[in-house]
Write a protein that binds this ligand. Structure first.
Ligand code: DC
Length: 220
């Protein structure tokens, strides 16, 4: 069985998808980490992530692998476990930029399909229900108002001892939404048979419960 969870940044996709996978005994696949791996490589090479002509030639030098170790997904970039380096703001921005490049999306496509063919998966991303797994039995589009997502991000950062300005975080959320939904090639959008869940007013458990109920209906 395949479950796709798409939606904008900060809607809680990864935490929800991870908990759902654990509950169902499926493999959780965070596809954003793949785009982040490429973003990191591009930064390390000193190239401009939004410049197609600089990024495309680098793809031939990149080997990205995804491995599950003790239930956690790890991303390997040319053999190096880079899981600890891909969550910075600069890698987020680079990942968003490279994800707009068709050659990058094609580069990662087979890998995502391959893992879903071999396992029951909960896969999160932006185009999973629409492009990568159009045959998924359940497609969720998880979203929340930009203000709610920015507030959550500020709290997450505060937990890590990082003080962030709400207005700046909100501007960043809005910019990433714009990039992800307005790129020409395979933008973020609700699949025709996708189910939209706005969790602005729901907490984590309520969101998870809603999706578990839907998944169980599909599995019955
Ligand atoms: O989910 P995330 O924030 O880790 O994703 C990082 C970037 O990668 C995000 O800006 C959008 C892009 N992305 C994508 O275009 N398609 C996916 N399936 C997953 C992520």
């Amino acid at each position: 069985m395949k479950i796709a969870i798409d939606g904008p940044a900060g809607a809680g996709k990864s935490a929800t998808a991870k908990a759902l996978a654990k509950k169902l005994g499926f493999i959780y696949v965070d596809t954003g980490a793949l785009y982040r791996g490429i973003g990191l490589y591009v930064i390390r090479k000193g190239a401009k992530a939004s410049a197609i002509e600089e990024v495309v030639p680098l793809l031939a030098e990149i080997k990205i692998e995804m491995k599950h170790i003790d239930g956690e997904q790890h991303i390997f970039l040319n053999g190096e476990d880079v899981s600890g380096f891909i969550r910075t703001e600069s890698v987020s921005a680079a990942a968003s930029d490279v994800s707009a490049i068709p050659a990058v999306r094609d580069f990662l496509f087979d890998m995502q399909r391959d893992i879903a063919e071999k396992n029951s998966v909960v896969m999160d991303g932006r185009d999973i229900g629409t492009v990568v797994l159009p045959e998924a039995e359940l497609k969720i589009f998880l979203t929340a108002k930009p203000e709610a997502r920015a507030e959550r991000r500020v709290s997450q950062l505060a937990e890590k001892g990082i003080e962030a300005n709400f207005e700046e975080v909100l501007a960043d959320v809005i910019q990433r939404d714009y990039n992800d939904t307005n790129r020409d090639f395979r933008p973020l959008k609700l699949a025709e048979d996708g189910i939209l869940i706005d969790n602005s007013e729901l907490n984590f458990e309520e969101t998870l419960e809603k999706i578990i109920t839907l998944a169980k209906e599909r599995m019955a």
